[in-house]
Design a protein around this ligand. Structure first.
Ligand code: ZN
Ligand code: ZN
Length: 110
């Protein structure tokens, strides 16, 4: 009973083709063309893609990349803050130097 149903399973992508193997990942029946061997296991195209994509992009690389980007962004932000502070400090003390502070210094020296 179960043997006949298993034998009469058809490929999920090719409904007219009889299934040759079942995907070890999702369990769906597929024909020989649709299954690929991955680490000694038969998997369908979708599962193969999903598994290889995870392998190609490990989380560590993303972590390093995001940390690097965050570091650069942080440095850029710090630099911008310091640049802004510098601009403010350069524009304001010029009035102080030419004005009150130097006058006071001269007064004190004399
Ligand atoms: Zn699958
Ligand atoms: Zn197929």
């Amino acid at each position: 009973m179960t043997a006949t149903t298993l034998q009469r399973a058809f490929c999920l992508i090719h409904p007219r083709r009889e299934a040759a193997a079942r995907c070890t990942s999702c369990g769906s029946p597929f024909c020989r063309e649709c299954v690929t061997e991955l680490d000694g296991r038969m998997v369908c195209g979708a599962c193969y893609k999903a598994k290889t994509q995870i392998k190609e992009k490990p989380k560590r690389d993303w972590f390093i990349l995001t940390t690097a980007v965050q570091a650069v962004m942080g440095l850029a932000g710090l630099w911008f803050t310091f640049w802004l502070l510098g601009q403010v400090l350069v524009s304001i003390p010029s009035d102080f130097h030419e004005g009150k502070i130097w006058e006071k210094m001269h007064f004190r020296r004399q």
